[in-house]
Design a binder for this molecule. Sequence first.
Ligand code: SF4
Ligand code: SF4
Length: 301
Amino acid sequence: MKLNIKCPKCDEDIELLVNDDELKNALAIQTHRPGEINSIVVIPTWRCELGCPYCKYKQQLDGKSIEYLSNLYQVEKELTPDEWIKLLNSYSPAVFDFTGGEPLLYPGIVQVLNSLPLWTITSNTLYLPPGIDYSRCKSWTASFHPHISTELRGKFLENTYKISSQSIPLNINLVLTPKTFDSVLSWADSFNSSTNVTVNVLPYYDDKDFSWYKYPGLVERMNRNPHVRYEEKLFEYKGLEGNGYCKGGQHYFVLGPDGKAFRCLTDLHTGKQPISGLVNSTCNDRCMFPCDWGYGGRKLN
Ligand code: SF4
Ligand code: SF4
């Protein structure tokens, strides 16, 4: 459905294709600033069946809600594939970065991906639905979880080989905890021997009571390991201070499974309101999510 609204900031006429208030606001940003949105993070579903002990999102059984540090984010419904296609194609030519939950568990994901000019994805890569047009994939991040069965490890290796053999840049991410320390670093070394693969080891940090500084010997080893990312920024749960220019809501934003738009991942997970209208480019909040830092939400130094 086509709608004509005024930009909330300057009264300019904008034509929209959807009928939900949050979607209207999100679209207003892109329509008003053509070319300024570089990336849109898309979470088509919270579903994931893997139940990793260190998962920061405590998926609820209904698949439509998550809990993060006692904040519950709930959606009444997931958008249908047709709704996603209509919505996302209104934002082109942004790059669409799919994550979750496990995005490949969203029914209709192939239809949605194949409708977009360019996308990236973060997935546990245990199941590749047939029919994906990989020529539109800009990069693939495969999260490896060592606790999975031998059979699933075989699937992971088979699927990541399939992806990298199509010349798609492949990142393999692993979460490091004190309990899994040696095995994760050993897996990281084994993946690193493959060509065209970047291995990223991400220290666990999503717990206000946890600190790597309780394990000085491990901190020392992390500081020396070439795969460990973000260094001391992930050594305890504190985030980065916000105090200035941020690209969240300006050059990128985040869409939840119901299509609601958030300024950044930190906002979505810490119980902030969806964005409404054009947002300010300064932020004084604590910025918790490394993915936001990667998008330019907060300067890393
Ligand atoms: S695969 Fe990812 S989303 Fe699923 S439980 Fe594990 S960490 Fe969480
Ligand atoms: S919380 Fe971080 S990413 Fe979000 S708007 Fe603030 S500085 Fe930007």
